[in-house]
Design a protein around this ligand. Sequence first.
Ligand SMILES: Nc1ncnc2c1ncn2[C@@H]1O[C@H](COP(=O)(O)OP(=O)(O)OP(=O)(O)O)[C@@H](O)[C@H]1O
Ligand SMILES: [Mg+2]
Length: 353
Amino acid sequence: MGKIRVGIIFGGMSSEKEVSLNSGRNVYDNLDREKYEGIPVFMDDKGGLWILPWQLVSQNTTIDISEQLDGAARRISYEGLKDEIDFAFISLHGKYGDDGCIQGLLELQGIPYTGPGVLASALGMDKHIQQKILKAHGIGVPESTVVREEEWRQNGKDVEKRLIDSFGIPFVTKPTREGSSIGVTIVRDSSSLEQGMTEALKWDTAVLVEEYLDGTEFSCIILEENGKPLPLALTEIHPQSEFYTYDDKYMPGRCRKFTPPKNIPADVVEHIKKEAVRAFKALGFKSYGRIDGFVLKDGRVLITDPNSSSGMAPSSFFFEQAACAGMLPSMMISRLIETSLQIHSEKKGPLEG
Ligand SMILES: Nc1ncnc2c1ncn2[C@@H]1O[C@H](COP(=O)(O)OP(=O)(O)OP(=O)(O)O)[C@@H](O)[C@H]1O
Ligand SMILES: [Mg+2]
């Protein structure tokens, strides 16, 4: 029997396509060639799938790749995907990527994949619904409310008053379904509210408004092992900007991250890990996930952003925390593939959330 053909799917239709390229490239480069054959699968900005020659993987942007598809790459149909790959390593991020859409397509093709199924992936993307579920499980989340586009357009002044009465100043506006800090604003007055709503509404039809959290941010990778979610070392985040922005996340040298944490006391770290595992289970995440949150100045731990997948660039939380556990990127990737194959071999129907 030949090696398992691992399709690394990256690019895509979301605002995070460039982040996805960085993740996908790094996974492709670090795939253990003794065990797997790596197949780069590029999703273009209309959702079309292409088998890329490996040389195109090291292009700088998805636009550079897109411009060379005709001629250099091979367009395949959705149905044709199962003839090309045995397993999908999903390196897509954001809408149509880690929100259940690609997972549905892979289920229809019978292709096993990384991360959770359709429902839990959708929950991982929707910050409003996930908060309701976490709250129902007694997990601490920020106070929040949703403002729909129509309501904002028709009654902006009333909405502003309601938000200030509920949260005081500052508070935070964000699209209900986005990632990489896209569309997030710390609102400090009327004009930044206007700006924040406009920015968030670029990306979704509903805006999640949250109380402003003053404390230390953390991120915790969870890796499933024999059906048990295991938290890796935590990372403590010290953004350089007003908050942990897109540039802080991806520009070299912008942000300090400490794995394991520098200032969070050991007992709080243990508590955070337990809460992160509870959040992972409550949302039905599978194989791995990344649970982000804050330790507030009064010591409370709040989960703010459970993600059903994670960025996988070289200095991502994923590989920093793997390194802390003694795992090279290639070992971590192999482990994730093996775990996911095991999970899919046991499912009855589409992977449940
Ligand atoms: N309620 C809040 N109070 C203070 N800062 C916040 C709050 N919500 C978000 N932030 C800041 O905005 C950043 C991005 O927000 P959030 O984690 O919700 O978004 P995301 O786009 O899903 O991020 P990721 O790329 O980690 O998935 C956080 O890392 C934090 O710095
Ligand atoms: Mg997120």
